[in-house]
Design a protein around this ligand. Structure first.
Ligand SMILES: O=C1O[C@H](COP(=O)(O)O)[C@@H](O)[C@H](O)[C@H]1O
Length: 266
């Protein structure tokens, strides 16, 4: 059974009893947003992350979703990517391809991954260019309050240090306000070279979901969500605050175990 609530201005909290329930709730949520976007805009522009997220999206490859979702209308992007070959085990593209994209009928031409044969800086610039072209044709919507793309959904994981996408604590990349996609060459978590959506792009999305499981992330969840007074401004997950969009947290009970009391409704 799920517990859900809106405890403060940190978005909607969905705390699931176990991983199976989390997988089902996440699949329902993504399928519903896809249906709404396809009805309203004719397409669904979704940005994935790497890590544990892809496994948690697994139910989308099963019935009923594999038949009911309008996969032909999906446009796929990555909120962050490691700058390694697409065949490398560290590649977020490979993870998604093996665990998700190869199992559903997504149009190959709608999958927009980075160029893996150039430097991190060039890969970020080229990825920005790709997104710009798709904003021009409105495959990706545009924010009415910034010049940023407005993705229908950005899916994020979170590390035990509170990082989201490849936005790490105390890193200058958190201050980037001008670029849509930027790069780092000193990631504290290997591999060091990565590209990442910036906070302005993440916070311009129509919907952002942060999916977190496991006790090792409970402290970061607490710091990212609870009203803890002068919170560390450098906890990246806390800076995810969609300006006009909706933020939803998907948590299992161990990840939620250090949250201050919320007003839950069942
Ligand atoms: O390095 C990364 O880590 C985060 C979190 O991964 P997780 O396995 O702890 O869920 C992930 O969201 C990001 O895309 C990835 O590049």
């Amino acid at each position: 059974m799920a517990l859900s609530g809106v405890g403060n201005d940190r978005g909607e909290m969905r705390i699931l009893e176990n991983l199976d329930e989390l997988r089902t709730d996440l699949a329902d949520y993504i399928a519903e947003l896809s249906e709404v976007a396809v009805k309203e805009r004719g397409v669904f522009a979704i940005a994935l992350s790497g890590g544990s997220l892809i496994g948690l999206m697994g139910k989308l490859c099963e019935a009923p979703y594999n038949k009911t979702v309008d996969w032909g209308k999906w446009y796929i992007f990555w909120a962050d990517e490691r700058v390694v070959a697409k065949s490398h085990s560290d590649s977020n593209y490979k993870l998604a391809k093996d665990g998700f994209l190869s199992k559903v009928p997504i149009v190959p031409g709608h999958v927009h991954s980075i160029n893996d044969s150039v430097s991190a800086e060039e890969a970020a610039d080229e990825y920005t260019f790709v997104i710009r072209q798709l904003v021009k044709t409105r495959m990706v919507s545009v924010s009415d309050i910034s010049d940023c793309p407005k993705f229908d959904l950005i899916l994020l994981g979170m590390g035990p240090d509170g990082h989201v996408a490849s936005l790490f604590p105390n890193h200058a990349v958190l201050d980037e306000q001008d670029e849509w996609v930027t790069f780092i060459t000193d990631s504290p978590k290997p591999p060091p070279e990565r590209i990442t959506f910036t906070l302005p792009v993440i916070n311009s999305a129509s919907n952002v979901a942060i999916v977190v499981t496991g006790e090792s992330k409970a402290e970061a969840v607490h710091l990212a969500i609870d009203n803890i007074g002068p919170a560390s401004p450098s906890l990246p997950a806390r800076s995810v605050q969609p300006t006009k969009g909706k933020l939803v947290w998907f948590l299992d009970k161990p990840a939620a175990s250090k949250l201050d009391g919320l007003q839950f409704s069942e």
